[in-house]
Design a protein around this ligand. Structure first.
Ligand code: ZN
Length: 269
């Protein structure tokens, strides 16, 4: 993430756009001015950034519409072409799709801090259950009844905990592609490549993953000819375009802000 993007995110997360006066020389007005100018000159790039980093749904809708212009007039499956553009927009903004979510859910369920905590609890309860079950035979009817109740209670706790962890993992998997096993670093301990993500730090989506997503989303089986003739290329084109426009915009933003801050410094002197 570039410094300019960081600044942008910080500005949007604060109510008043003033940048730590005293330390930074740029005021919120100056930054907003630069943004407005760039938005006008680079509508796609600035929408790409707003969508990716600020989850701006209006930017998403504008991009979707703009990218639909790339669909050839003679495309056989225009509906799927539109869907591919949506998918490319999701992938660009690093929003996990179904195949990624499944993998991420299992990583969250097995390797997160919460998973370790849950497993510890469930192990404890299981040990208690085992001990109590051994006691069952030689006790009075009253004591046996108490033991049975205590065992049942712990069995229910385990069921509840497992379900809680499942739901937690699913919710986390929707939020980000970042691998929870290594925290996005790609390595575990000092030198080992993370087995959760294969060292990439995230659960990435490839072209065949997109196809799998289409199947899982219940969207009709895609024939090879439609896939390679219409969809695959469109997906790559849209995604590459977004990356390019987005990085251009972020470079320009950085450049303009630097220029402005040099000017401000000039005034002060
Ligand atoms: Zn990892």
């Amino acid at each position: 993430m570039s410094r300019a993007i960081e600044l942008l995110i910080r500005m949007h997360s604060e109510k008043t756009p003033s940048m730590q006066r005293g330390r930074a020389t740029l005021t919120g007005d100056v930054i907003l001015g630069v943004l407005g100018k760039l938005q006008h000159e680079h509508p796609i790039g600035s929408d790409a950034i707003m969508w990716r980093w600020l989850n701006d749904m209006y930017a998403f809708e504008r991009l979707q519409k703009k990218m639909e212009e790339l669909i050839p007039a003679d495309a056989k499956r225009k509906d799927l072409c539109k869907h591919m553009i949506t998918l490319a927009l999701m992938v660009f903004a690093e929003k996990p799709l179904e195949p990624q979510q499944r993998k991420l859910t299992s990583l969250w369920k097995n390797y997160s801090e919460q998973a370790r905590r849950s497993k510890r609890l469930m192990r404890t309860w299981q040990v208690q259950i085992n001990v109590m079950e051994k006691q069952l035979g030689g006790e009075s009817a009253f004591k046996t009844e108490q033991l049975v109740a205590a065992i049942e209670k712990r069995k229910q706790w385990i069921v509840d905990e497992r379900q809680w962890l499942e739901e937690y993992a699913k919710a986390q998997a929707k939020k980000s592609c970042q691998c929870p096993k290594c925290g996005g670093t790609g390595v575990t301990r000092v030198v080992d490549t993370c087995s959760g993500c294969g060292g990439s730090g995230g659960v990435m989506l490839h072209a065949d993953g997109v196809r799998k997503h289409l199947r899982m989303a219940g969207i009709s089986q895609v024939s090879d000819s439609v896939w390679s003739g219409e969809l695959e290329g469109l997906f790559e084109r849209v995604l590459m375009g977004l990356y390019w426009e987005g990085s251009e915009m972020s470079r320009k933003l950085e450049e303009c802000l630097l220029k402005e801050s040099n000017q401000e410094a000039g005034y002060i002197r």
